[in-house]
Design a protein around this ligand. Sequence first.
Ligand code: IPM
Ligand code: MG
Length: 357
Amino acid sequence: MKKNIALLPGDGIGKEVTKEAVKILQAIATRFNHKFTFTEALIGAAAIDSVGDPFPPESGKLCRSSDAILLGAVGDPRFDQRHPSGMSPEQGLLRMRKELGLYANIRPVKSYPGLYNRSPLKAQVLAGANLVIFRELTGGLYFGEKKRSADSASDLCLYTREEIIRIAIPAFEAAMQRRKKLTLVDKANVLETSRLWREVVREISGNFPGVEVDYLYVDNAAMQLIQNPRQFDVILTENMFGDILSDEASVLTGSLGMLPSASIGNKVSLYEPVHGSWPEAAGRNIANPIGAILSTAMMLEYSFQLPLESAWIHRAVEEAIQAEALTLDLNPSGGRSTTATGDFISNFLLHENLHSV
Ligand code: IPM
Ligand code: MG
């Protein structure tokens, strides 16, 4: 199989973790006789610095003409206070999601037995936790009209029926392939948008009689997620709640550095680790590359229909956990570098007998 991948390393540790992710895709290409070609483009602060635009048209063009996109991270403290240019690295990411129509953000979270002791939660709470968050990605507060005067500010939260339907359906379909449970997380006791979400999800659930549907208020969900995570299978939620709950859910894995994601729309899909650019760690070769590496496993599965290759990446990551070939966030006493962790996973893929995953 031949595929063209757009590579957008972005800012901070984005460059280092995508380098390891590419290494893993190359190892897969070698072992399974595929050809993956990578073309780099700019996004985030790196793009503002070189061309004065956080998501330049050339980057958009490359993404649209590629088979999949691999992104590192965006963000740079130089732009934390309103920059004189009015630009921010995050605008690049948000514009990219909107322009490419990436409305469904899929964030799987599972606990690994070898990492139970890295989480502040008890092993008995973590055991067997395995869920996926379907976060709406191009609507809600993030994209509603923004107003600002000297003494007041507002962000509009707007959702249409259509925007809810197009993410709810793949979430139900995912539930059908998993443990057949879907939890809609909202704030329907207060927000009108949440009441619309409930109405639409209730209607759609009629077409998926095999899926058990639960409705939870977001405050309650935030507590349940770390009190009894095993109850969750598919969590469906709007943009802002999904952003917050996915960082919280990362505690189940032991590190935010473990979480991958896929952002899917009607055309090309985007794969990126959930973590940010961690500017303090940039260039120090200490960032955990596993979130980026597992994002490539999602790419192989969702964009290229290569489930076996994807399963091998998961297997290789499990080997790294077992061997404690892990970065500082998961192995404080003997943390390996970003590159050494990537090398371990890549070497496993290059040398393991690939008969049964
Ligand atoms: C994420 C990030 C982004 C978001 C930021 C960087 C704009 O936190 O992908 O979760 O809020 O969506
Ligand atoms: Mg976030």
